[in-house]
Design a protein around this ligand. Structure first.
Ligand SMILES: O=C(CO)[C@H](O)[C@H](O)COP(=O)(O)O
Length: 228
C-alpha cells in the first residue's frame, strides 16, 4: 500500500507560486484547490493557473474542484493538465457520466464528499472512480481544525473498498497534520492532503517526508492493511 502525501498550495505564498511548488519536490501530487465563491465562500484559481502549474512542475496535479456545475467545468481541468480531477458529488448532476468523461479524457476520476454527506448512497459508484476524497473539514479554507467525527466514515469507506476488491485510493483533506495523520491512516486513508502542515513548516519538503513516515508506520500496523 503506497502512501501518498499531496501538499495543498492553498497554504502556499501565491506571490511566489513557482518557488513554493519547487519547495515540495518529492511530493507525490500537488493538490490544487479550485474554489468559485459559490460552492464554497472563497475564490482561488481556474484553468489558466492550472496550465501554468503544469508547465512549471513535473509533479502531477491533483485538482480538487470546489465549484458548482462540476459536470460542465471538470473536463476542462483535464485539458488544462490535471492528472487527477476531483468533483464534489453535491455539485454534480450526473456523477457517473462525469467520472467516465474524466477517465476518457485521460485523467484519474475522483469524487469528494463534504462532512455531512454519507458514503452509503454512493457504494455502487465506487467502481467508476480512481479515488474518493473524504473532507475532514468544511471545504473552503485552509488551516481549520480536523473533524475527528469523520473517522467512522473513513473506516466505513475502507470497508466498502475492501468488500468490492477495488484499487480505489482513499484521500483525506483538511486539518491533516503530524497530530492527525496517524488516526486517518489507521482508519483507512492512504492519500493525505496537507496544506498548513507543509507550507507552515520551515522546511516543507522535510514536513512531507515526516508525514509520509508517520502514515507509513500507522498503515503498517492497521488492521485494514494487514487483511489485504
Ligand atoms: O480543500 C481544502 C480546503 O477546502 C484544503 O485542501 C485543505 O483545507 C488543506 O488545508 P489544511 O491542511 O491547512 O487544512
Amino acid at each position: 500500500m503506497a502512501v501518498q502525501i499531496n501538499p495543498s498550495i492553498l497554504s502556499a505564498d501565491f506571490s511566489r507560486l513557482a518557488e513554493e511548488v519547487k519547495a515540495v519536490d518529492g511530493a507525490d501530487w500537488l493538490h490544487v484547490d479550485v474554489m468559485d465563491n459559490h460552492f464554497v465562500p472563497n475564490l482561488t484559481l481556474g484553468t489558466p493557473v492550472v496550465e501554468a502549474l503544469a508547465r512549471t512542475t513535473d509533479t502531477p496535479l491533483d485538482c480538487h474542484l470546489m465549484i458548482e456545475d462540476a459536470d460542465r467545468w471538470a473536463p476542462q481541468y483535464v485539458e488544462a493538465g490535471a492528472g487527477s480531477v476531483t468533483f464534489h458529488v453535491e455539485a454534480a448532476a450526473a456523477p457517473v457520466r462525469l467520472a467516465r468523461e474524466i477517465r476518457a479524457k485521460g485523467a484519474r476520476a475522483s469524487m469528494a464528499l463534504k462532512p455531512a454527506t454519507p458514503i452509503e448512497p454512493y457504494e455502487d459508484l465506487l467502481p467508476e472512480l480512481d479515488m474518493l476524497l473524504i473532507m475532514t473539514v468544511e471545504p473552503g479554507f485552509g488551516g481549520q481544525a480536523f473533524l475527528d467525527i469523520m473517522l467512522p466514515k473513513i473506516r466505513r469507506t475502507r470497508e466498502l473498498i475492501s468488500k468490492h476488491g477495488l484499487e480505489l485510493w482513499l484521500q483525506v483533506d483538511g486539518g491533516v497534520s503530524a497530530s492527525t495523520i496517524e488516526q486517518c491512516a489507521e482508519a483507512g486513508a492512504d492519500v493525505f492532503v496537507a496544506g498548513s502542515a507543509v507550507y507552515g513548516a520551515s522546511d516543507p519538503a522535510a514536513a512531507v517526508r515526516a508525514l509520509r513516515t508517520q502514515a507509513e508506520r500507522a498503515i503498517a500496523q492497521a488492521s485494514w492493511a494487514c487483511d489485504d
